[in-house]
Design a protein around this ligand. Sequence first.
Ligand code: ADP
Length: 371
Amino acid sequence: MTLDHQLRTDLAAIVEPQLVRTLGELGFLGTLDEVNGATVVELVLPVTGWPNLALLNVAITQRAPGATVVVRAMDEEELLGLRNFLRGAMAAPAGPGQHEHGTDAQPRFLDRLSKTRVLGISSGKGGVGKSSVTVNLAIALAQSGYDVGVLDADVYGFSLPKMLGAVNDPIVLGDTVIPTLAHGVRCVSMGYFVPDEQPVIWRGPMLHKAIEQLVTEAWWDEPDFLLIDMPPGTGDVALTLSEVLPRIEMYVVTTPQAAAQRVAQRSAYAARKLKLSVRGVIENMSWFTGVDATRYEIFGAGGGAQLAKELGIALLGQIPLDTTLREGGDVGAPIVVTHPDSEAAQAFVALAKTIAAQGPARVYRQELQLM
Ligand code: ADP
């Protein structure tokens, strides 16, 4: 093997962090040239402003010290090749009993035997901290080494990418969407695909189609966890998710207030009507710990425990009030990243551990169903 061949092999083996495939597999490695005695490595990327360019630069110069990296955008044929590769990589091997949608097999993570756990984070009403819980829980899971994606399906206010601190928009390759990556979490928001600042009136079929597309056409690969930030209430989104992702596990976020708890209970009952597995209650804004270490129960106490009791499931965690959490949410600096030792961050880490330890919902074999 000549030096060039060796170098090409080394560079082709670099793993692209967002797509978790090698440069060789993705077709990202272009020509290797020698100019005035220095190596010039050409990177061929879907867009020249590829989010992980700096990381790729470092990885390349580690293997080829002194090399210069030049970037070229993929042409249409190369983009199509990448799209086809990604579609193939996320598809299930087409076996008996599996559906084919058009020419593309359905993503492997939708298969009932997939390792992916889909967590629907829901609430009875807005403002209880459902999105804050989704973001911090997702990052806490990623920090424990899990591969995590989040889908912002809260059609009444898309706040997730901002809270997560996602700076890049997803990249769209025809009918395939590459999520943006922040704090080790892949993220797609339906908000990216609706006109800015304009209210959208979601009609049932349109909403169904949009969610279905982002579930099946985004590059989720086969994550350990896919979290879905659901709109508050009992509406259409739950119905769609029950059809598209029947294995979804529902988690209900509530505050300690009795009134909030009753509203949350309605959304849990609605989920159960759809035969979704409601797996746990998360209480947010449980108390505020003062400088004197006293816990002040600003929104009352007991709502989470009461809801869990009524639903016959566990209260999985209680998250205290923390101004840092709110400030971090506003500027995209999630508390589990910026203040990992805070009481609230620790509560999210404990919650992530509890949910991971709980394991997937029991899956009934479809062929054993009596209808
Ligand atoms: P939802 O998704 O239920 O509408 P958000 O996550 O958007 O709720 O939270 C509503 C507001 O409350 C946000 O400003 C958020 O930063 C803040 N918030 C949520 N949880 C907490 C908490 N535990 N402590 C302090 N502020 C919080």
